[in-house]
Write a protein that binds this ligand. Structure first.
Ligand SMILES: Cc1cc2nc3c(=O)[nH]c(=O)nc-3n(C[C@H](O)[C@H](O)[C@H](O)COP(=O)(O)O)c2cc1C
Length: 197
């Protein structure tokens, strides 16, 4: 049984194009039998807390040092990691905000990535990611188009690939974009964007 996880990070509900695109991807994967069951995590409904000093302290404790209070503080991080660990396919939708990912998605990533949990250090100082055999589909919505910008201003796909590769072990990432959503008379054609899927 192939499990899918759908991460939604735009606050615009049904108006959101990143949500529309990630939903179209999830539905196509279900139609193709690449996913049998789908779990939805709408970050707008349960926003992951921003990291603070106390939580960072818990992140770096050995498991046997974590007391009941620590377990409570880590409950969101553990839930996020467990959902990722159980999923075979992860579909992530994000708006482009100021060239980057949404703050909700960043907060989710900061809960997911943990030394000793999502990755481990090897004796020679290199890292090994702990999330194996997973496929990620990244759906990005932007008001403008990447083509308007110099190449070095592509931050979202490159960032997600870098952080997943280094700190989770996930390297199989396909990106789909819906661009120009702020243009006059814009209409979304999700099927056309994902026709190669
Ligand atoms: C705070 C904010 C910042 C934005 N920054 C950018 C940007 O840097 N580049 C861009 O092309 N569009 C930008 N946009 C437009 C959004 O990317 C666009 O509205 C997109 O459709 C949002 O995704 P959503 O439809 O899933 O909510 C911004 C929108 C907001 C509200």
């Amino acid at each position: 049984m192939k499990k899918g996880l759908h991460i939604i990070s735009s606050a615009r509900g049904d108006q959101s194009y990143s949500r529309g695109l990630s939903t179209a991807i999830a539905n196509k994967l279900i139609d193709k039998n690449d996913i049998d069951v789908l779990v939805e995590r709408d970050l707008t409904k349960s926003p992951p807390p921003f990291l603070d000093g106390t939580l960072i302290g818990e992140f770096y404790k050995f498991p046997e040092m974590i007391d009941e209070r620590g377990k409570q503080l880590l409950s969101c991080a553990n839930e996020i990691f467990n959902e990722m660990n159980q999923a075979d396919v992860i579909i992530i939708g994000t708006p482009m905000y100021n060239l980057g990912i949404s703050a909700l998605l960043k907060a989710w990533l900061d809960q997911l990535v943990r030394v000793g949990v999502s990755y481990k250090f090897n004796a020679d100082g290199t890292r090994t990611g702990c999330l194996k055999n997973k496929k990620v589909y990244l759906a990005i919505a932007s008001g403008g188009k990447l083509a308007y910008w110099p190449k070095e201003c592509e931050y979202i796909e490159s960032y997600i690939k870098a952080v997943f590769g280094a700190y989770t072990g996930i390297t199989d990432i396909s990106t789909y974009r819906i661009e120009g959503t702020a243009e006059q008379n814009f209409t979304a054609n999700y099927e056309e964007i994902i026709q190669s899927l």
